[in-house]
Each structure stands twice: as C-alpha cells, then as structure tokens.
Design a protein around this ligand. Structure first.
Ligand code: ADP
Ligand code: ZN
Length: 364
C-alpha cells in the first residue's frame, strides 16, 4: 500500500490518501481509526453498486459496520438538486444524523454529488471518498471540491468539503470501460505536463499498453494523485497555485460545452492540452521539441483520434469571457517548459482561433 498525507496547514487538518490493489476489501479496518459511529451510508450509482456494492458492504461488515447503500442513476444527470434532495430525505428516513459518515463509492459524479450532500446535510457530515474511475482516483476524489449542475451549466453549485479519508483501489478499474479509462488518463497526462516531466517519460515508456500492467497503473495513480495532493495542500481554495490544474481546461471546457457534452471530459481536455501546447510555443517560449514530445504523447494514447466536428464560433461563445473585455478575462495555463506552468491572460483571440483550427482540423 502507498500512502499520501494531504495536510492543510492553515486549518490544522490533514487526511490520508491510501492507494493499493485490494484496499476496498479492507475498507472497514481502514475506517476504524477514525472513530465513526457503526452505522454508515454508502452512495453509489446503480452501475457501480451492482458491480462493487456487495463486496464493499461486506468489507465494512467485517469490521463491525452496518451500511446502507443508496443509489443514483449513472452519469452526469445525477448531479442535480433533485437527486441531492432525494438522497437527503432518504438519509433522514434511515436515521442518519450529524455524525453519520457518507461514503462516496463511484466516479467523479458520485464523488461530487456525495461531497456536496455531505457538506450541507445537517450542516456537514464526514465524507469518505472511494473512487472507482481513474479520473476520480487521480483528480476528483482528492482536494475537496464538490458540486452539482444547473440547467445553465456544470458544477455551478458547489462547496469545499475535504474528505476524512480517500481509499483508492486500482482493482476497481478492471470493470471500467476503456473509454472511461482514457478519460482519466487525460488528467494523468495533465499532472505530468504541469508538474512532473518524469511522469511523462514514464508514460512514454509504458505506452498505451499501460492498462495491461497493473503495477504500472498503481504507479501512475500514485504519482498523479501525489501531484494533486501537493497542489491542493499549497492552495486549497484556488487562490493561486491550484489554478495550474486547469491546464488544457480553458479550451477543454469550451469544447465540452460546444459539443453539448457529447465529447467526454478527457478527450475535450486532451484537445485543450494540444491547443495549449501550441499557444505555449508561441507565447511563452516552450521549445518546439518539447511541444512536439507532448503532442506525440497525447496522440499515442488515442485521446485525440477523430477530432469532433465543432463550429469555431460555438467554441468561442462558450469561453468564459466578457464580450467587451474579451480575451483580457481569459486565463490560460501555459508551459514555459514541460513541468513549468505559467498563468497567462490576454492571449489574443486570433492565436486561440489558429490553435483551435490546427488542433481540430488535423485531429491526431
Ligand atoms: P467520472 O469519474 O469520469 O466523472 P462518472 O462518475 O460519471 O465519471 O463515471 C463514468 C461511468 O462509469 C458511469 O456510468 C459509472 O457508472 C461507470 N463506472 C464508474 N466506476 C466504474 C467501475 N469501476 N466499473 C465500471 N463502471 C464504472
Ligand atoms: Zn478535468
């Protein structure tokens, strides 16, 4: 088992992020030191509940916990106020109280929704994250951001609510569809680009057959999760450093929105990272061979095969900028070197368009 400690010094708080194959089967014992009441509530989507619910519940029972499993429909549509309210009412009916921990067992959607609920139910109850997708393991489950969606857009209602423990079992990924694995891989690449060129080298060495190598999977989860934990510990509320986690996301979010979310988050971010590499070369001196290296790596995992047919106007309209101030409001994370991010504002719209055309025209 590998272990990370996420310390939030200004609040004198910390929590552990545990990583290891098979950890889900010892979940009950991992919770014991936290002194929770013996009655626990698991929240999962119906798919994850069917695949993994029983094993996790018996692991809890083994350590003397009684658990109730509440489920949501799978996918982004569960991240709503309606579902959050329904879960809250079920929890009340089942006797949950102020000290009752909620365990999020699922991908980023379940984690965000459960975290959101845990932060407001009875003014806040303890949260444990047990991520089951690669994306959640390396990104969403660590750092305490929670959210639900509104009809106007994703993640518009949210809170910060740090978990008390994160338990990452890479064995959950055996049942995860390849498309979902790729989704998470984009965030692993991102972590490498902003902070760890050695992780990029490692990904180049293992290549796309990564998922056939369980030890390598555990290793990249550990490295990417460590980067996320470091960045969050330094800047919990995204006042500064945490912004670097948005590498590839400025355009990535706009692409997702322009595609009406038919484009997965991971692929959208991969296209966003390709464009950011081009802008980095043009604006902040990223050496051409490093940009080329980054491009090849993104392409080698099949993340940017078949560029989506999207209207440039629709993408630009989805960028978070004021019509009058235009690009002054847009914040890009660019790279001076691989592993050396810079926050850049005022990127000229003409350059953004050019980068998008290159990236979406040629695809990969
Ligand atoms: P993300 O983690 O990318 O935000 P979701 O939480 O929406 O995504 O999960 C993506 C999909 O994968 C959902 O349909 C969910 O039910 C499914 N899923 C999550 N974890 C697993 C797993 N370990 N095995 C199989 N399917 C899973
Ligand atoms: Zn992301």
């Amino acid at each position: 088992m590998k272990e990370l400690l996420l310390a939030l010094p200004h609040r004198d708080e910390s929590y552990r992020v545990l990583i290891g194959p098979g950890l889900r089967l010892g979940l009950g014992y991992l919770l014991s030191p936290l002194d929770f009441p013996s009655r626990l509530f698991l929240i999962s989507d119906s798919r994850v509940a069917r695949l993994h619910g029983a094993a996790v519940q018996s692991a809890l029972a083994e350590a003397g916990y009684t658990s109730t499993l509440l489920t949501t429909p799978p996918g982004e549509r569960a991240k709503t106020w309606t579902v959050a309210q329904r879960l809250a009412r079920e929890l009340l009916r089942l006797g949950a109280h102020r000290a009752s921990p909620l365990i999020a067992l699922g991908g980023g959607v379940v984690g965000d929704l459960t975290g959101f609920l845990a932060s407001i139910f009875m003014r806040g109850v303890p949260l444990i994250q047990v991520p089951t997708t690669l994306l959640a393991m390396v990104d969403a489950a660590i750092g305490g951001k929670t959210a639900i969606n509104l009809p106007e857009g994703k993640n518009l209602l949210g809170t910060f609510h740090q978990p008390r423990l994160v338990v990452i079992d890479p064995d959950f990924l055996h049942t995860l569809p390849p498309k979902e694995r790729l989704n998470g891989l984009a965030e692993v690449l991102k972590a490498g680009f902003i902070r760890a060129p050695d992780l990029l080298t490692y990904l180049e060495t293992v290549g796309p057959s990564l998922f056939k190598n369980p030890a390598a999977v555990t290793d990249i989860i550990y490295r990417a999760a460590a980067i996320k934990a470091q960045v969050v510990a330094a800047d919990e509320r995204e006042a500064g450093l945490r912004r670097i986690l948005n590498f590839g996301h400025t355009l990535g979010h706009a692409l997702e929105q322009a595609a009406a979310f038919r484009l997965s988050h991971g692929r959208a971010v991969a296209f966003g990272m390709l464009a950011a590499l081009i802008l980095s070369e043009k604006l902040v001196g990223l050496p051409q061979e490093e940009a080329q290296r980054g491009r090849r790596l993104i392409q080698s995992f099949g993340l940017v095969r078949r560029a989506p047919a999207l209207d440039l106007k629709a993408i630009l309209a989805a960028l978070p900028m004021d019509k009058k101030r235009l690009e002054k409001d847009l914040v890009f994370v660019l790279l001076r070197r691989l592993g050396e991010p810079v926050i850049q504002t005022g990127v000229p719209l003409t350059l953004i368009k050019e980068a998008l055309r290159k990236v979406l025209g040629g695809g990969g």
